[in-house]
Ligand binder design. Structure first.
Ligand SMILES: Nc1ncnc2c1ncn2[C@@H]1O[C@H](COP(=O)(O)OP(=O)(O)O)[C@@H](O)[C@H]1O
Ligand SMILES: [Mg+2]
Length: 300
């Protein structure tokens, strides 16, 4: 069995994070597709208020309730509000509180500024299947197209904040259970996507440090948009020395890209045991992009 498949085959939840724009959504979709192809029942989850995949795949709508995609997995969009509504109604069984929350403008705005409330609701939903609470969530794997690194940390640490605020009662109890799920490497995996460039690599190193320190877990790393060189660095070096003018300069330029990529890959490998590379794919077609990333992850 390929290494990656073996690596993620036992996980029930995978959080995909990274700096903004590095390719989180593409990598999350590729992992969902790869795991679905391996025979698992997979749910790809977007968090927040707007769907990226709706336009990406030209879907009519993406909502809180999962919809099946022709790609072989389901897709859902979970916002703080949609998850909180479910929590209040089904877990706490507080119909009165529900009306107070959602039919009152002041309460609604309060929910959106209360620190950690949206996050705890979303994390509660993501972990609810494993914790066997709430409406059934029968998936072998949930792949979360998560927030960018800073906000992702807030999401993962929301239970800690809640436990400090409320030590007893169902909310404190649920928070403890959520934390146990996201800190259990047998259940939950973390994938950080990065470009092989200075800023996102630095952010990746910092995020991994934080994950280790605050949660005691380690992340796998995906180096995205790797530029495949047309020749080895050695040959490019020869070319740059043997050719004066344009061709020599271009070979030098390609060599410098290759060297920088290798340098950043080296940094990432010194930090994580599991570093995979996804090449820059020359296509605008969503299915080709996802298939290309899936292929790369499967071979890694
Ligand atoms: N390996 C790749 N090759 C080509 N294009 C890519 C690759 N990875 C991501 N992209 C494109 O780059 C853009 C940003 O990727 P996206 O997954 O939306 O990033 P994020 O979710 O981190 O913001 C998108 O247009 C996506 O299709
Ligand atoms: Mg995205």
């Amino acid at each position: 069995m390929p290494q990656n498949q073996a690596r993620w085959a036992d996980k029930r939840i995978l959080f995909v994070s990274g700096k903004g724009g590095v390719g989180k959504s593409l990598v999350a979709a590729a992992i969902a597709q790869e795991q679905a192809r391996a025979g698992r029942k997979v749910l790809l989850v977007e968090i927040g208020d707007t769907s990226y995949y709706k336009d990406f795949w030209g879907l009519p709508a993406v909502s809180h309730e999962p919809i099946p995609l022709k790609q072989g997995f389901d897709l859902a969009l979970w916002s703080g509000e949609s998850c909180l509504r479910e929590y209040v109604l089904h877990y706490l069984k507080l119909e009165k509180l529900y009306h107070l929350f959602f039919e009152n403008k002041v309460m609604r705005s309060l929910i959106n500024v209360a620190p950690g409330l949206n996050e705890i609701a979303i994390l509660g939903k993501i972990t609810s299947g494993i914790r066997r609470v709430g409406p059934p969530l029968n998936y072998d794997l949930i792949v979360v197209d998560s927030y960018a690194t800073g906000h992702a940390m807030a999401l993962l640490q929301a239970p800690k904040g809640m436990m400090e605020a409320i030590k007893f009662g169902p909310m404190g109890h649920h928070s403890r259970e959520m934390e146990a799920v996201v800190q259990n490497p047998k259940l939950t995996g973390y994938i950080v996507v990065t470009l092989l460039e200075e800023m996102p690599v630095v952010e990746t190193l910092e995020f991994n440090e934080q994950l280790k320190r605050e949660m005691g877990v380690e992340a796998d790393v995906v180096g995205n948009k790797f530029i495949e060189e047309p020749a080895s660095l050695e040959d490019l070096d020869k070319m740059s020395q043997q050719n004066t003018g344009g061709l020599g300069d271009f070979a030098k330029y390609l060599k410098s890209i290759g060297e920088r990529q290798a340098e950043f890959l080296g940094k990432l490998k010194s930090l994580s045991k599991n570093v995979s590379v996804v090449p820059l794919i020359f296509s605008n077609d969503p299915s080709q992009l996802v298939a290309g990333a899936e292929e790369a992850l499967r071979q890694a």
